[in-house]
Design a protein around this ligand. Structure first.
Ligand code: ZN
Length: 63
């Protein structure tokens, strides 16, 4: 019997990943987390991230 790795659904890239963080009930894989950190305002990805993250929690989380 092999140990099953639990895959979680990343809310940003929408892929199943093992590693990442949880923001409330929302899972962000480590790759997306890195991308978010490295994305600066004005870059095309940024608005997408902000939009998705805003949907998680409208009041207490700001990027
Ligand atoms: Zn992801």
């Amino acid at each position: 019997m092999s140990e099953k790795v639990i895959q979680k659904h990343c809310g940003i890239c929408e892929k199943e990943k093992e590693d990442g963080i949880f923001l409330y009930h929302f899972f962000i894989c480590s790759e997306c987390e890195k991308e978010i950190v490295n994305t600066k305002p004005g870059e095309s990805n940024y608005q997408m991230f902000v939009k998705k993250l805003r949907a998680i929690n409208q009041s207490s989380y700001t990027l």
